[in-house]
Design a protein around this ligand. Structure first.
Ligand SMILES: [Zn+2]
Length: 253
């Protein structure tokens, strides 16, 4: 299903940047649906360039929709009760013995424990090596004329402040829908995307987790197709199984 900006979900957005047509007019948008069936408990659009965060309860599934295609969703994950335990790239990659995040990948913490598991993925490979952009790295890589642009690092700081997080909590991150191929000689590329409007990834919380996302504002390399577009965040709870409910319909003991 392809929709226009006017037809986007009506849920009130709660990001710090107003939703507006900052992307190219006529961009194809597909708001899609949850990747895993379940009872919907959260449905929020994320404006282009804006941050987002939510606590995802244990057992619930977060579906992230790449509404406009090839939009990098930079992502950090923390134990909701103890922010000192957080997503760890080396623990995640070393444990699975592979450089890419795909269906089945367990997102592990700095203590090696599961935070979330990728239970659905419509993109060939997801990146967790490329890192997050930021104002300082932009000026270093692309020139001082970019110093007015905010990056994912600034999004993480702004959104993280709502949860008591600061600069020292910004560890290496996931880049949903960003294409960073590891070449035969081991070199990394940040090249044209392999995602498309409506493509999704679904991650199940293995405990209560705080998920912080930056809808990447980068305009100096192809990671967002030079056209930042919205994301849609959906959280679903597993459907209640009939055989687990009380026979008389009353409250469980
Ligand atoms: Zn970025």
């Amino acid at each position: 299903m392809t929709t226009t900006e006017q037809e986007r979900p009506s849920q009130q957005h709660r990001t710090t940047v107003p939703v507006g047509a900052v992307y190219a007019p006529g961009s194809p948008l597909d708001w899609s649906e949850p990747l895993v069936p379940g009872r919907l408990v959260l449905d929020e659009p994320v404006a282009p360039n804006a941050p987002w965060s939510a606590v995802v309860r244990a057992g619930h599934v977060l579906t992230i929709v790449d509404v406009g295609g090839n939009q990098s969703a930079d992502c950090l994950v923390f134990d909701a009760a103890d922010h000192a335990e957080r997503y760890s790239v080396p623990d995640t990659l070393a444990w699975q013995g592979n450089a890419y995040v795909r269906e089945g990948t367990v997102l592990r913490s700095n203590l090696g424990r599961p935070l979330m598991t990728v239970v659905g993925n419509e993109v060939a490979r997801q990146d967790t090596i490329g890192g997050a952009c930021g104002k300082e790295s932009n000026t270093l890589r692309y020139g001082h004329h970019t110093s007015f642009q905010h990056g994912c690092r600034e999004n993480f700081l702004a959104e993280g402040a709502r949860h008591g997080l600061g600069a020292r909590d910004l560890v290496s991150n996931l880049n949903w829908f960003m294409n960073v191929p590891v070449e035969a000689d081991g070199s990394l590329g940040i090249v044209d995307g392999i995602s498309a409007p409506g493509k999704r990834v679904a991650v199940r919380a293995e405990r209560d987790v705080l998920v912080v996302v930056s809808n990447c504002p980068q305009m100096n390399n192809p990671c967002n197709d030079f056209n930042p577009t919205p994301l849609r965040m959906l959280v679903t709870a597993p459907e209640q199984r009939d055989d687990l409910q009380d026979d008389d319909g009353g409250p469980a003991a």
